[in-house]
Design a protein around this ligand. Sequence first.
Ligand code: AMP
Length: 169
Amino acid sequence: MPNAIIALGANLGEPIEALKAAVVDLEGTDGVAVKSVSPFYTTSPVESSGPDYVNAVALVETTLTPMALLKVCQNIELAHGRVRPQGVINAPRTLDLDVIDYEGVISDDPVLTLPHPRMHERLFVLVPLADICPEWQMKNGQSIEETIKKVKKMHPDQKIFTLSSKSMA
Ligand code: AMP
């Protein structure tokens, strides 16, 4: 069965609860099996605004097509109150689910670009991904650890902290 990586993030409402609910929704979706979920992180907004985000990534196995998986993610966002204010790019959000990778498929379709085009510059994706897939290789062949080091150097403004295990309970 194909493996896919989904990044989860939220910075409005109850972000921790929203991420937990999204994982439950993914688990409850026909054709999707959640294999692992990273620890939750608190991160400063990147190209966005508002309060700090809570972020995590999930590794899933799926029988769905990449496009059907994206649709599932968007429906979960909507079920948790996601609104997309017109003309506002990267607006604060109650829940955001991005398909980061689908079995190594490469696609430049703007509706579903794979791997996610900005994953390599976002610590809020790379750091939790390294927790659950330490052997991950970027599209350019670089290891995830090398990529994280580079991004930390280039973007010292990107703050990321592990949430205490208490908040995960
Ligand atoms: P966002 O507002 O960050 O949720 O962006 C969602 C938009 O990006 C939608 O129009 C998606 O069709 C598009 N998109 C392109 N590639 C991806 C991807 N890999 N994962 C999620 N959304 C994507």
